[in-house]
Structure formats: structure tokens, C-alpha cells
Design a protein around this ligand. Structure first.
Ligand code: DGY
Length: 329
């Protein structure tokens, strides 16, 4: 039997490519950035499997162009770039990489929380622009985390790790999630908020940890921002479209809320003329929450393991649509 053909849409960690070596006839897109759509459609054409990134759109068009594909292994926990029902209908298994990035993403969320609360980026710019003339009793006053309330929207794996870290910082943690987590409440003292509005009203900081789905698109819009306190800060390390970014800009400009820290945006890369970039009370980073050397390596390895297992008909370490197998003829 010849090895299956696979297309890897980016140069990933050598440890992951070594796993594929000898087991798959592998083409790796050598660019730093995503292959253009036409290239993706063409290269995927003869393949049995794809190892994709969150910037590659995997939809009916791509699946039609690559009729032999049996596995799409996405190197991310989120898979909103993949139209999973289309894959399932065609018997294509979809892999993702949960677990291996949880702690790294939680740490980065804390970094943004601290940066926004204590105005770290503003302080850096103040010094670099020569504005620091001497010590002042109130120079760039921030807000303490200890004693403040953090509202977590979505207490999945990452939300939970953020909440645990927030407790270590002396914060009170409220959470709103699809399912109540009594064990997390009794172990860590988190408080369940049955509705989002009441969490938003009570929180000094709000951190988003839900997946992007049709139900969570613009979950935070004008009304939700208006429910928040004027000193509140919004943190988003989940997916950009969960927040209505225009509404966020208006809310920040009108001082409806005090600040925001965003690792993800509605449009990525964020255009440099985005009005949010004109506001000093916004911290932005380029979708790097999971971007530590160890974690991106682990994600790549897990994506390679998912791909190989799926192609061999073995259980994948993480498959979001195992029921797809039934659709295979
Ligand atoms: C994910 O895995 O979904 C992250 O956004 C990528 O870091």
C-alpha cells in the first residue's frame, strides 16, 4: 500500500514532521503565512489528509476539490475555520488539539489581565516618549486584581485555569457557562452566575472563554457592554467575532467601560487603521495566547498524531466528529 498523501499548510515543528516522515507522503507549504486559497485547493486535490491551521478555511468547496481527503487535522483547539457538518457528511474526520495549550493560554490571559489592569503598555509608551519627568503620586494609576471580581464567560478547560489563577491573585470569581460546575464551585469557591447580564453587572474584569459558534457570535455587543461597570475591563483571548468590535470601540470611546485587552479580533491581521488602535486604553496582541515554544510544538505533534491515527483508521487523540466514520462508504 502506498503511503497516504498529505498536505501540511505551514512549516510546523520538526518533531511533528518527523512523526509523519515515512508514514505519509507529505508536502509542506513552506511559507510563514497561509497558502493562497487557489494553492490550498490545488495542493489538497490529490491528498488523503490535510494538516491545517486556524487560518485555512475548510469548507464544502475545499472538500469538493479534494474528494479523497479522509482526515482534516486542525492545529488548534478552536475549529471555527472548519465547517464540521460538511466534513461529517463526507465522512471526513476532523481533529483538534485541546488540552496541550490550556495552561499556556491561561497564563497569557493573566498577562493581558495584568497588562490592562496595571496599564503596562501605557507605562512603556509613556517612558519611551520621554514623558517621564519624575515620580508622581498618581502617574498612571491602574486597578488592583486582589479584591476585584473577575467574570469568566465559559468555564471550559482554559476558563477554569484562568479562574484558578485569578483566585491565587486574590480575586473573587464569577462564572457563566452552559453547564454549572458544582465541583469547581466547592473546590475553588467560584460563584455561578445563571445569566450573562448579572455577571457583567457585577464584574470588574470580564474574560471570554467560549468557542466561536453561531450562538456566541457577537455575544458581547452594545447592550452587554452597557451592562458592564464604567471601570470594567474586557479581556478576549478566545475568538474575535465573539465581541462586536464596533460596539466595543463605541463603548471605550464613550467610557462606558474603562479598557480592553484583545489577543483576537474580528479581522485578523488587525488593520492598522482600526479605530481601536487609536485608543490608549486598549492592549492588543496578534493571536499569540498559545504561542510558547513548548506548546506550539505540542500542538503540532498532536495534530500529526491525529492525522496519522485518522488515516490509519485508529482512534484519534482528539476528534470533534467521530460520527463521520458512519458516513464513509
Ligand atoms: C486555538 O488553538 O484555538 C488557538 O486560538 C490557537 O492558539
Amino acid at each position: 500500500m502506498p503511503n497516504p498523501r498529505v498536505f501540511v499548510t505551514r512549516r510546523i515543528a520538526p518533531e511533528a514532521l518527523a512523526l509523519l516522515d515515512g508514514h505519509a507522503d507529505c508536502e509542506v507549504w513552506d511559507g510563514e503565512l497561509a497558502p493562497p486559497r487557489a494553492v490550498l485547493l490545488e495542493r489538497a486535490g490529490p491528498c488523503d489528509g490535510l494538516l491545517t491551521m486556524l487560518t485555512d478555511r475548510v469548507d464544502a468547496e475545499l472538500l469538493a476539490a479534494a474528494p479523497n481527503v479522509r482526515v482534516v487535522s486542525n492545529m488548534a483547539v478552536g475549529h471555527d475555520n472548519v465547517t464540521v457538518p460538511d466534513c461529517t457528511r463526507r465522512g471526513v474526520l476532523v481533529g483538534n488539539t485541546p488540552g496541550v495549550l490550556t495552561t499556556t493560554c491561561a497564563e497569557f490571559t493573566m498577562a493581558l489581565l495584568l497588562a490592562a489592569a496595571r496599564r503596562v503598555v501605557e507605562g512603556d509608551a509613556y517612558l519611551r516618549h520621554g514623558l517621564w519627568k519624575g515620580w508622581m503620586p498618581m502617574m498612571i494609576p491602574g486597578r488592583d486584581l486582589h479584591g476585584a471580581t473577575l467574570g469568566i464567560v465559559g468555564l471550559g478547560a482554559i476558563g477554569l485555569e484562568v479562574a484558578v489563577r485569578a483566585r491565587a491573585f486574590g480575586m473573587r470569581v464569577l462564572y457563566h457557562s452552559r453547564t454549572r460546575k458544582p465541583e469547581a464551585e466547592s473546590t475553588h469557591g467560584f460563584v455561578w452566575s445563571p445569566d450573562l447580564a448579572s455577571l457583567l453587572r457585577q464584574s470588574d474584569f470580564v474574560s471570554l472563554h467560549v468557542a466561536l459558534t453561531p450562538q456566541t457570535r457577537h455575544l458581547i455587543g452594545r447592550d452587554q457592554l452597557r451592562a458592564m461597570q464604567p471601570h470594567a475591563i474586557l479581556i478576549n483571548t478566545a475568538r474575535g467575532p465573539i465581541v462586536d468590535q464596533h460596539a466595543l470601540y463605541e463603548a471605550l470611546r464613550e467610557r462606558i467601560i474603562a479598557g480592553a485587552a484583545l489577543d483576537v479580533m474580528e479581522q485578523e491581521p488587525m488593520p492598522l487603521n482600526d479605530p481601536l488602535l487609536m485608543l490608549p486604553n486598549v492592549v492588543v496582541t496578534p493571536h499569540i495566547a498559545s504561542d510558547s515554544v513548548a506548546t506550539r510544538t505540542r500542538m503540532a505533534v498532536m495534530a500529526a498524531q491525529n492525522l496519522l491515527a485518522g488515516l490509519r483508521g485508529e482512534p484519534m487523540p482528539s476528534c470533534v466528529n467521530p460520527e463521520a466514520v458512519k458516513e464513509r462508504s
